[in-house]
Design a protein around this ligand. Structure first.
Ligand code: HSE
Length: 283
């Protein structure tokens, strides 16, 4: 039995803690035989537990504490702590593991509610569960969400060779926001979302670059963001934004431009990984 969960990119600029897309990189979990104790085989860093302390098993046991231990194979091409939803992918896989082994018959909404409660915000877990583009809110303990097709485009990911923990990237955000700024910031987010729904990626990309909620406070943590935006503009991409809490920057563009942009981004920093991805419309 296999579980596959896509990478995700949260925020899309101004859709902070609310918007996200699913991407064509995956965490794959293979459920093996019943064992005495949980075993998680993987070839990732030794810092990632290979027993029941693994986040995958911890998540599953939170939902179904009586689950019978199994051997699990875990493989992923989602880079860790780069803003591409690696921990969300494990949480979502853990929920699905409990769902399948415990025959829980969880609905999509139930999975999303559990995942959001664990993660604290729905912007990565929602597209990890639903695929495509999801706009979600988490207010007064309730999750509401809308899934929508994302317009066809390529996504060039510039993935720096250094981790940036979400906690560190959230610690630079302000506690307060003036009413005037909030109105301006949400109007930018609203137009970004409406443009995506209309299939208008040039306008969506423009609004992604105008975010006032978080990028403005995180810019100093990701100095390459400004350079990437300059290249995107020069070569006619739709827009670039900090993927989730960073440090990855995603550029949305027409497929005929992605190779050229990727080559230019590689020149920026030879230690960074540059990958051409697609939006996973199915999840
Ligand atoms: N919306 C979150 C953030 C995504 O930007 O901090 C990362 O968890």
């Amino acid at each position: 039995m296999k579980i596959r969960v896509p990478a995700t990119s949260a925020n899309l600029g101004p859709g902070f803690d609310s918007c996200g897309i699913a991407l064509s990189q995956y965490l794959v979990i293979e459920i093996g035989s019943v064992t005495q104790k949980w075993v998680v085989e993987h070839d990732l860093s030794n810092a990632i537990p290979r027993d029941e302390k693994n986040l995958l098993i911890q998540t599953a046991l939170k939902i179904a504490p009586e689950l019978t231990p199994h051997s699990i194979k875990m493989s992923t091409d989602i880079p860790v702590a780069r803003g591409l939803g690696s921990s969300s992918s494990v949480i979502v896989a853990g929920i699905e593991l409990a769902n399948r082994l415990g025959n829980l018959n969880l609905s999509v909404r139930e999975k999303l509610e559990i995942a959001t409660e664990i993660e604290g915000h729905p912007d990565n877990v929602a597209p990890a569960i639903c695929g495509s583009f999801v706009v979600a809110s988490y207010a007064d303990g309730q999750v509401e969400y809308v899934k929508h097709h994302f317009p066809e485009c390529d996504v060039v990911a510039f993935i720096p060779d250094k981790e940036l923990l979400t906690s560190a990237s959230r610690s630079v955000l302000p506690d307060e926001f003036s009413y005037q700024e909030a109105v301006k910031a949400s109007s930018i987010a609203n137009v970004m979302i409406a443009a995506v729904l209309n299939g208008n990626l040039p306008l969506a990309g423009k609004m992604m670059e105008k975010d006032l909620f978080h990028e403005i406070h995180r810019k100093h943590l990701v100095p390459h963001l400004t350079e990437i935006r300059a290249i995107t503009q020069e070569l006619g991409g739709y827009g670039s934004y900090l993927s989730g809490a960073g440090p990855t920057v995603l550029t949305l563009l027409a497929p005929d431009k992605s190779q050229q942009v990727a080559e230019r981004l590689k020149d920026l920093d030879t230690t960074a990984r540059v990958e051409i991805l697609a939006v996973d419309q199915e999840g």
